[in-house]
Design a binder for this molecule. Structure first.
Ligand SMILES: CC(=O)SCCNC(=O)CCNC(=O)[C@H](O)C(C)(C)COP(=O)(O)OP(=O)(O)OC[C@H]1O[C@@H](n2cnc3c(N)ncnc32)[C@H](O)[C@@H]1OP(=O)(O)O
Ligand SMILES: O=C(O)CCC(=O)C(=O)O
Length: 397
């Protein structure tokens, strides 16, 4: 796969697909706050909701539009005029109009065959364009579609000047290899810029999105923390950080804003960020294993893949059952306690016993307390050894 060096659009759908996660409800104030964070983080587009859901959602989208943020604000519509009218009431200038691409979904949802869906695309997107809207075509269930059907429907949309085609792996069925093949082949069917929208049912949404970009997609549809239907979507924070590292591609996202953005969304979604969550988890730069800590302390490159400074974060050494002497000495040195090798080994043995007994980490303060006790014990031993030595000398001249 060849490397690509160009600017990739990061399109966020936390407020649309993210809110489709079971039980997630954002208030109007939360929606606006998230939109502002997204803007400050540098995303290119905010898919702000589904106007067909009702006037409260329309008002929410309108409130985001009135924030006048830098990202383009879009609304998600089904392939009908009523949804377009609702989007117009929200005041957006851009809409994503979704058409089912698989025969199964076309037949079940629209009772239509590909040529009829193409005709309906011409009608509804024509309607939206006449109303002055910029339109992207959403290709629902694209990964189960015949690419020629997508080509036919995208062709109808392209004639009306749509600005993009979304390839949705709606059910998260693809892997990176099949994604790469699909997007490569899709490029033979359409000249429209392609956005990839991946779901995480197999835990592959990030990998698939990166593969789609390698294959020539120019935009990634993502959500903060991967929030979304079922197993969720490709996480914005992972894509924004991984893309420049794996595909030699640039985005407009400022990595130092990601922690705050994710915390804001987690809070509004009433979710806890898992501690090992890539990019933003609390523990991803926390090191317990002695070999890693010793390496990091000597030369950070030994065990650093991602520089925490990129995210405004830093490494943290913690003490537990996997610690070694170097870690103990480093923690104690930070508190001004200088331990020689034997003293550090003794402290290590004691703190490991504590960690084993408590089945958790030993706080730095406790490590230092043990160290102080050890230092005192050694001093005491030294002083009590000295008189005995002189006594011995006296007894055995
Ligand atoms: C993969 C995705 O993420 S798709 C986006 C999913 N998002 C949502 O569902 C948003 C939340 N949804 C809702 O609030 C409601 O479902 C609404 C307001 C959109 C519609 O509610 P209702 O009118 O009660 O319809 P209901 O939910 O029962 O069924 C959905 C209808 O949309 C139709 N539909 C689905 N996709 C499309 C499409 N792309 N174009 C046109 N119609 C569609 C279905 O065929 C069904 O039609 P029917 O009412 O004639 O049977
Ligand atoms: O048609 C679209 O815009 C995509 C909808 C979606 O969220 C999906 O298919 O997963």
């Amino acid at each position: 796969m060849e490397a690509i060096s160009h600017r990739i659009q990061i399109n966020d759908t936390t407020l649309r697909d993210g809110e489709q996660a079971p039980g997630v409800v954002f208030t109007l104030a939360e929606k606006c706050a998230i939109a502002r964070e997204l803007s400050q983080a540098g995303v290119d587009e905010i898919e702000a909701g589904t106007p067909a859901m009702g006037e409260e959602v329309v008002e929410g989208i309108a409130a985001i539009v009135s924030e006048d943020l830098s990202p383009r604000v879009t609304a998600w519509c089904r392939l009908n005029e009523a949804d377009v009218d609702a989007a117009l009431r929200a005041g957006v200038k851009h809409v994503n109009i979704s058409a089912p691409m698989s025969r199964l979904q076309m037949r079940v949802k629209l009772k239509a065959e590909p040529d009829e869906v193409a005709a309906r695309v011409t009608r509804v997107i024509g309607y939206a364009r006449d109303k002055g809207l910029e339109v992207a075509l959403g290709g629902e269930d694209s990964s189960r579609a015949d690419l020629r059907d997508i080509g036919l429907i995208a062709g109808a949309a392209a004639k009306l000047g749509v600005f993009r085609l979304r390839f949705a792996d709606t059910l998260g069925l693809l892997d990176p290899f099949s994604t790469y093949e699909y997007i490569k082949r899709l490029r033979d069917e359409t000249d429209l810029p392609i956005e990839f929208h991946g779901h995480n049912d197999l835990g592959l949404a990030t990998a698939n999105t990166l593969a789609a970009i390698r294959a020539g997609a120019s935009a990634a549809s993502v959500t903060v923390l991967g929030l979304g239907e079922r197993a969720g979507n490709a996480p914005l924070e992972e894509i924004a950080v991984a893309l420049p590292r794996t595909a030699d591609a640039r985005t407009g996202v400022d990595p130092t804003r990601l922690m705050q953005l994710c915390e804001r969304v987690a809070d509004a979604a009433r979710e806890k960020i898992p501690r090992a969550k890539p990019i933003v988890g609390a523990d991803i730069f926390t090191h317990e294993s002695g070999i890693h800590v010793a390496g990091l302390l000597t030369d950070v490159r030994t065990y650093q893949g991602l520089d925490p400074a990129l995210l405004g974060r830093g490494h943290r050494v913690v003490i537990g059952t996997h610690s070694g002497v170097a870690a103990v000495r480093s923690v104690c040195a930070s508190a001004g306690l200088d331990l020689d090798g034997p003293a550090a080994a003794a402290v290590l043995a004691r703190v490991k016993a504590i960690a084993k007994q408590t089945k958790t980490l030993v706080p730095d303060a406790r490590v230092c307390q043990v160290a102080r006790q050890e230092i005192a014990r050694r001093r005491e031993a030294e002083t009590s050894e000295s008189p005995r030595a002189s006594l011995d000398l006296r007894l055995h001249p």
